[in-house]
Design a protein around this ligand. Sequence first.
Ligand code: OTU
Length: 654
Amino acid sequence: MTASDAARRAAADRAWAELRPQLAAEAQAALGEEVDAFLARAELALFDVHEPLAVLYDEPDALMATAFRIVLAAAADRPAALRRLDRRREIDPGWFQRSRMQGYVCYVDHFCGTLDRLPEHLDYLAELGTTYLHLMPLLRPREGENDGGYAVADYRAVDPRLGTMADLERVAGALHERDMSLCIDLVLNHTAREHPWAQAWLAGDPAYAGFYSAFPDRQVPDAYDATIPEVFPDRAPGSFSWVPEACGGAGGWVWTTFWPYQWDLDYTNPAVTLAMLGEIVWLANRGVDVFRMDAVPFMGKRLGTTCQNQPEVHTLLQLLHALTRVAAPGVVFKAEAIVAPDDLVPYLGGHERYRPECELAYHNSLMVLLWSSLATQDARLARHALGRMRPIPPTTTWVTYVRGHDDIGWAVTDEDAAAIGVGGHSHRRFLNDFFAGHYPASSARGALFQENALTGDARISGSAASLCGIEDALERGDDAALEAGIRRLVLLYSVAFAWGGIPLLYMGDEIALLNDDRYLADPSRAPDNRWMHRPVMDWAAAQRRTDPTTLEGRVFGRIRQLGEVRRSQLALHGGAESTVFDAGSDAVLAWRRRSARSGTFVGLANFSATPQVVDADTVTGFGAFAPVLTSDGPPEVAGGRLVVPGLGFAWLAE
Ligand code: OTU
């Protein structure tokens, strides 16, 4: 511990000693017999609250007192059923790391219309093995264009087109009854410009002064824009938007990292942080178990940087995390940080020194590398890049996925590409061309997203099935190509399900839903081709899932099986790390999970179309391994060699 650490701790202790008697009296009155547990949690969180406040803001003592009162009020309002869940999770803090955890992600309207209809579909989700349901943005967005709900006008109301907050609470209750958990998005980098905070700020209400930032001329915006990469260069270049009513009516450039109607909150203002805390704990009390912390890399801005992954972002998340869990200890955070591998791991609490931050983070690197491996039929880049990722804290875990609602951005660093002898830029270019189907040899049916003529950068849209060649094969009526497409899709999911962590199944992938062009008819969606891979659930197709002669049956059956076998594998508990190794074939991604209590698990995924021979002893470490699941029946083992079929996989366990 350094001298300044000791000084910070002493400062926190002093602040706590001063606050505690009064807080204890208030907690006693508000919580009755739960007072001790609350105070114990607050005291445990002390350093994780006071120090971030001291780092970020002036007057940390007063802010801590206010923050603890916000979470005390939330603790007092917390419904009894959720308190029982909290108690279970305090006993079993690794509840989200179990191999039984399996996610499903959907838009309420596209899946079942409205929230009140959702409980009718829980049997379907259970059939797949779902224990974790992520409902895409459902809080009341602005009218008109709203970035798929990521422009929130009211954090305490549900989009009336989907139902009410009472409906959401009922959904949470129905999920909890089945031991399933609920995840929703928390869009905390920005609000819609229509949000009452934004409107009050614009009107000059002193209570909302400094909630957002605006600049009277281009001087400061230009200085920042010089180093900030653009997220949506085609229709929202730069990170600022001109708002005539800003700056006291004189007009100003408001900070808008994303679309012009999404105004970035200014977290250098502690009132913003406390206001957002109030929204988080309020939503937690509606039954939310996991918050997907949207676009967190952008929350802290520093001149001359990319304005992503700044140290303040981590400090802020640590602060919000610690406070949320004083009110709702069963609630966990999931970081949505779609950034390079070195920047990603710190969201799990490894920034500078360990402090709890998010329990979960999207394994964006794995997702990108899976698609890259598929395109090149070569796993070397994946092996290299995954192999050099820093380990994550054992109290956290990944969320693994193949496809989500966003575009795929090729977060492959130049260094990693160079390590296997390819150029970063040309490889990313190749991946775009490959998945956009620009090569005759590619059966992928994606589309470029946000092509930047200036830099040559682009990202990829398209449903997993279409990117895997299923759409192309169906159109050409080519059965062999269809089987290959299915094998690709299942192969990718076989890695996501066995990497360790919570695998997410993106709605429709289980029945190979293709690109959906209906969004083109909606003018508020037409310019954003990410909607092509946000299809409407095809329940008639889902009906065919039990018929193994149909496309749906072939995919659904295999994906369901991945979950079933996964649940039986203790080594897939999220607390252990996966280590990649070279099994003797460039086309095969091989990884091993070891945990003291559960023995070793090995996963093999062959990204090439031809069978690959791997060295059995390297794979098993001379141990006695048995296949627990394979793509094509018992694996061929002869003379110390093991054959992984083309586009096939094998899961082995000790
Ligand atoms: C997120 O994505 C959401 O997933 C998107 O659907 C939203 O449009 C966006 O935020 C704004 O709310 O840049 O291209 O590092 O990559 O937050 C998508 C994180 C995005 C960003 C990610 C962002």
